[in-house]
Design a protein around this ligand. Sequence first.
Ligand code: GDP
Ligand code: MN
Length: 395
Amino acid sequence: MRLYEYEAKKLFSQFRIPISKGEVVERKEQAKAFAERVGKPVVLKAQILSGGRGRAGGVKFASSAEEAEQKAEMLFATKIKGFPVKKILVDEQLEIEKELYLGITLDRINYKLVTLACCEGGVEIEEVARKNPERIKKISLDVDQRFYPFWGISLARWLGAKGENIKIVGNIAVSLFKLFKQYDAKLVEINPLILTRGGKYIAADARMSIDDDALFRHPELSQMGIQKRHEEGEMTEREKLAKEWGIPYLDLDGDIGMFPGGAGFGIMGNDFVHYFGGKPANFMDSGGGPTPERLAKMLILLDENPRVKAIFGARFGGISRCDDFAKGVVMFLKEHGLSKPMVLRMTGNMWEEGVKIFEKEKKENPEIFKNIEIHGIETPIEQIAKRAVELAKKS
Ligand code: GDP
Ligand code: MN
């Protein structure tokens, strides 16, 4: 379960990790009142369960109470990364000398915990890890091991702390580790940990995710107002529509619409598309033996997504039947129409019947097929993925 920044910060302050003075507000007047009270510039941050808010316009600065009110109004009125903004964290603005990164997560490959420190904060750590891995200092730990203060010191030195700040930053690392363990976290992250012009280290952002299966061990969370949540309130409109239709569906940030068979095929298709240099716009699962109606709806989700530039389709008929698949595709083509190029492959159970349905329909309504390329067993699935990537690049 992911926590909101303001929730994670509550836990931070329990563990004496310094945070800036702030308040969570639900109305713009409250933002104004807070800014008036502190009498200093503030930063307003949309509380959504997603990172990268800064780049998406979810973090705003205000130098007066009036401006804080205006910015709050703007944030409440817009969606950030597809999420409506119901709460804003208004923080006293920090004067930044340097932005750093400190985090702890699970290393699932080596069955360890890993503490990460990096002098580049405020950027995506994954990107630093890819481009400049030597800039990240890692300490791997066994899950039952304690975190020794001297490790904290060595991370603090890596982060460039000087003098008495070495101990202060070291303690932040120790506290972060205690917090991670205490709450059965999967991730705790301070990005950025800010060194202020005044020489103080403050967690300007807080990201935390708790193992769902361990939530029963933490009734204290709900006493603190941190409720176990279905992350439904955070779904995109398309995900909600898919849920209404009973289709497992997730929006991703690429441009290739994925129209697979089952979930396994969906995951494999995702890997293929990445392999050929593309990025999927979604993950989806047709379920076993989907009806033509359901298949048509799956295609509507993709065709109406403005991000989607091309569609990758794959049906391996096992429990599901290729004739039903063809009927679903035809139903969609006739009733809705396909506005994006689509390449698909169909083989397996009732394949001949499926081909016949396509051929008959193509004879009668050739124009509805103009955006589709249909393949069978003769074309390996990799080729289909490759073609989808090409089509997306072309359009
Ligand atoms: P994220 O984009 O969702 O990770 O949101 P963050 O809370 O990390 O904020 C994004 C960026 O806004 C940070 O990297 C900082 O550069 C900036 N920022 C956040 N809080 C403050 C602040 O108090 N003062 C200043 N000057 N900048 C801030
Ligand atoms: Mn951040």
